[in-house]
Ligand binder design. Structure first.
Ligand SMILES: Nc1nc2c(ncn2[C@@H]2O[C@H](COP(=O)(O)OP(=O)(O)OP(=O)(O)O)[C@@H](O)[C@H]2O)c(=O)[nH]1
Ligand SMILES: *[C@@H]1O[C@H](CO)[C@@H](O)[C@H](O)[C@H]1NC(C)=O
Ligand SMILES: *[C@@H]1O[C@H](CO)[C@@H](O)[C@H](O)[C@H]1NC(C)=O
Ligand SMILES: *[C@@H]1O[C@H](CO)[C@@H](O)[C@H](O)[C@H]1NC(C)=O
Ligand SMILES: *[C@@H]1O[C@H](CO)[C@@H](O)[C@H](O)[C@H]1NC(C)=O
Ligand SMILES: [Mg+2]
Length: 523
C-alpha cells in the first residue's frame, strides 16, 4: 500500500515536471517554426521570381488581369496589324494543336489575331483542316522557297558540308549533325521576314509546336508595345551553349567595325567589357580577361621587373615566374575582340512578339548576309536566338525591348511562370469563355504575391528560369535600371590601387631575398 502510494506520488511529480515542460517545449517549438519560416521567407525574397523587377526603362504593362470588355471598348484601343507565326511540319500536328489550344484559351479567344503557318513542304489538307477548327481567327498557310530554306555552302561540295555537320555531331554539339535544325536556325535568322505572308503584317508573335501558356493575357500585347514604343518582346533570357557559336561574336564585331555600325545600348546586354582596369598598360591588359586575374598578373609583372632590374644573382625568385610567363602566350580567350566578348545571353527566340521591320530592313539584311557568307550556319550551329539578339543589339536601345514577365510560357524543358498579381478583385475572377470549350470549372489559381505580375496563373511545380538560370536576368535588370544606359561603362578597378596592393604583398613575401645584399654588407 505504502509502496503504491509512493509510486503514485512519484508519478504525479513526474507529470508535474512534464506539464511544466509543456509550455517551454511549445515556446521552443513555436520559436523554431518562426525561425524556419523567417529563413524560408528570406530565401524566397532572394529569388528573382519573388522580386519587383519593374524599372523606369521597362515595366509590366498591366499588373494582373484587366477587364477585357472595357479595355477593348476604350476609344484609345485599336487592333494591330499582327499575326501569330509558326513554322511546322505536317507530322507535328498534335503538338501544333496543343500550342493553338493553349494560346486560344489564354489569349486569342478574346482577341482573334490571325495565324500564319510556314513549312518547307506543302501543308496537308488534314493539317489545314485541323488547325482551322481549333482557332478563332483566320489562318494562312505558306510554303518556303528553296533559297530561304537551304543551307548554302559556297566553295564547298555537298559532302564537305555534310562532313562539317557530322563533325559537330561527333563533338556532341546539340543538334550539331541535324541538317534540318541548321536550316531552321538559318531560316529564322535571315529568311522568315522575307516571306510575303509575314511581310503583310507589321507585328508577329512567334509560336512553336508543343508550347504552353500558364496565365491569361487579358490585354493586347501588340497594342501595348505600339503605345509604349516597344519593338521587341521576350519572356525568357538565358545563356547559349558556347560550342554552338564560337565565331559568332567575332564575326558580328567585324561587321560592326567594317560597316561602322553605331550599336545601341542593347549591346550592353550581350557583352562583357574588358576595360576592367583604368590606367593599365596594354601589354599587361592583354593578359587579363577576368577580374580574378588582375592581382596575379600585376604581381608577376612586379616580380619579373624586379628580376630584370636586379639581375639573376640578386633575385633568383623572379626566375620561375619569368620562365612561366615566357612560355605562355596571351591567353586564348578567343572571343575577346577589341576588349569585348559575348556573354552568351540571348532572348530565347522560340517566343517573340516583335515588329517585322526590325528584321526586314537594310541593316539587318546586310548583317544576315555577312553571317551567312561566314558560313556559321553550317560550319557551326549558330542559333536564330543569339543571331537575333546580337542583330537587335546593333540597332536597338534597351528601352526598345520589353520583358513580358507576366506571360507564363513553356517550351521543351524550360519555362517561365510569373507569380499572380495581388488583385483579388472581381476582375481576377471575371474569367469568361467565348466558347464553351474554354469553360472552367473550379479553377484553382496560384496564390498572389505583392510583387506578382500575372493574371490567373497556374504554374507547374518546378522552378522557372528566372530562378534556375538567373545570370542573364541580372544582367538585364542591372542594365535597364540604369537611368542613362548610354553613359560609358566605368572601369571596375584603378591600376594604381591594385599595383600598390600587389607591391606591398610582394615586398613582404620577398623581404629576405630582397635584403640579402644589405645583410652581407652589414656583416
Ligand atoms: N517545316 C519544318 N519545320 C521544321 C523543321 N525543322 C524544325 N522545324 C520547326 O522549327 C521549330 C523548331 O524546331 P525544333 O526542332 O522543335 O527545335 P527546338 O524547338 O529548338 O528544339 P526542341 O526542344 O527539340 O523542340 C519547330 O516549330 C519545328 O516544327 C523542318 O525540317 N521542316
Ligand atoms: C499591315 O502591314 C503591312 C506591312 O507594313 C502592310 O503591307 C499592310 O498593308 C498592312 N495591312 C493593313 C490591313 O493595314
Ligand atoms: C610591367 O608593367 C609595366 C606597366 O604596364 C610595363 O611598363 C613593364 O614593361 C612591365 N614589365 C614587365 C617585365 O612585363
Ligand atoms: C647584384 O649583385 C651584384 C653582384 O653579384 C652586385 O654587384 C650588384 O650591385 C647587385 N645589383 C643590385 C641592383 O642589387
Ligand atoms: C538610342 O539612343 C540614342 C541616344 O539616346 C539615340 O541617339 C538613338 O537614336 C537611339 N536609337 C534608337 C534605335 O532609338
Ligand atoms: Mg520544338
Amino acid at each position: 500500500m505504502r509502496y503504491a502510494r509512493r509510486l503514485l506520488r512519484r508519478l504525479s511529480d513526474a507529470l508535474e515536471d512534464v506539464s511544466a515542460l509543456v509550455p517551454a517545449a511549445l515556446i521552443a517549438l513555436c520559436f523554431t517554426a518562426y525561425l524556419i519560416m523567417t529563413a524560408i521567407r528570406a530565401q524566397q525574397a532572394a529569388l528573382v521570381s519573388h522580386q519587383d523587377r519593374d524599372t523606369v526603362t521597362d515595366a509590366t504593362f498591366h499588373q494582373g488581369c484587366v477587364d477585357i470588355a472595357g479595355y477593348q471598348a476604350s476609344p484609345d484601343y485599336y487592333r494591330q496589324n499582327a499575326t501569330f507565326l509558326m513554322l511546322a511540319r505536317n507530322s507535328e500536328l498534335p503538338d501544333v494543336l496543343e500550342s493553338l489550344n493553349s494560346i486560344e484559351e489564354h489569349f486569342n479567344q478574346w482577341y482573334h489575331y490571325p495565324f500564319t503557318f510556314l513549312n518547307d513542304e506543302e501543308f496537308s489538307p488534314e493539317f489545314r483542316q485541323a488547325v482551322a477548327q481549333v482557332v478563332s481567327a483566320d489562318v494562312s498557310f505558306g510554303t518556303l522557297s528553296q533559297d530561304h530554306w537551304d543551307l548554302p555552302h559556297e566553295g564547298y561540295s555537298d559532302s564537305q558540308a555534310q562532313e562539317a555537320l557530322d563533325q559537330q555531331g561527333d563533338r556532341g554539339i546539340l543538334y550539331g549533325s541535324n541538317a534540318a535544325y541548321h536550316k531552321m536556325c538559318r531560316f529564322f535568322s535571315g529568311a522568315f521576314y522575307k516571306h510575303p505572308l509575314v511581310r503583310s503584317y507589321q507585328w508577329y508573335w512567334r509560336l512553336e509546336p508543343g508550347v504552353r501558356f500558364f496565365c491569361d493575357l487579358t490585354y493586347d500585347p501588340f497594342f501595348e508595345m505600339q503605345l509604349k514604343g516597344k519593338r521587341y518582346g521576350f519572356t525568357i533570357l538565358i545563356s547559349e551553349l558556347y560550342d554552338t557559336v564560337p565565331r559568332l561574336f567575332r564575326t558580328t564585331l567585324r561587321f560592326v567595325q567594317e560597316q561602322h555600325v553605331p550599336v545601341g545600348s542593347l549591346w550592353r546586354l550581350f557583352t562583357y567589357d574588358y576595360h576592367m582596369v583604368s590606367g593599365i598598360g596594354s601589354d599587361l591588359a592583354s593578359f587579363i580577361n577576368h577580374p580574378h586575374q588582375i592581382l596575379d598578373e600585376i604581381t608577376t609583372n612586379i616580380t619579373v621587373q624586379t628580376l630584370l632590374d636586379r639581375g639573376l644573382a640578386n633575385f633568383s625568385a623572379g626566375l620561375r615566374p619569368l620562365i612561366k610567363r615566357a612560355r605562355r602566350k596571351v591567353p586564348l580567350s578567343e572571343d575577346k575582340f577589341d576588349d569585348q566578348e559575348y556573354n552568351l545571353c540571348h532572348f530565347w527566340s522560340n517566343f517573340e512578339i516583335a515588329r517585322v521591320d526590325l528584321f526586314d530592313n537594310d541593316l539587318y539584311r546586310r548583317y544576315f548576309d555577312y553571317l551567312d557568307a561566314a558560313g556559321g550556319f553550317w560550319l557551326e550551329r549558330w542559333g536564330d536566338a543569339p543571331v537575333h539578339s546580337l542583330g537587335l543589339a546593333l540597332m536597338l536601345n534597351l528601352s526598345d525591348v520589353h520583358y513580358f514577365r507576366d506571360i507564363g510560357y513553356k517550351h521543351s524543358s524550360l519555362h517561365h511562370c510569373p507569380k499572380n498579381a495581388p488583385q483579388q478583385t472581381d476582375v481576377f475572377n471575371q474569367y469568361y469563355a467565348t466558347d464553351p470549350k474554354w469553360d472552367r470549372h473550379n479553377p484553382k489559381y496560384d496564390k498572389a504575391l505583392d510583387t506578382g505580375t500575372g493574371c490567373r496563373c497556374k504554374c507547374p511545380e518546378k522552378q522557372g528560369v528566372e530562378d534556375r538560370a538567373s545570370y542573364c536576368q541580372h544582367v538585364w535588370h542591372d542594365n535597364v535600371k540604369a537611368i542613362d544606359p548610354m553613359e560609358p561603362r566605368k572601369a571596375l578597378y584603378k591600376f594604381s590601387d591594385i599595383y600598390a596592393q600587389a607591391k606591398e604583398k610582394f615586398l613582404i613575401e620577398h623581404h629576405r631575398e630582397l635584403h640579402r645584399g644589405d645583410d652581407t654588407a652589414g656583416d
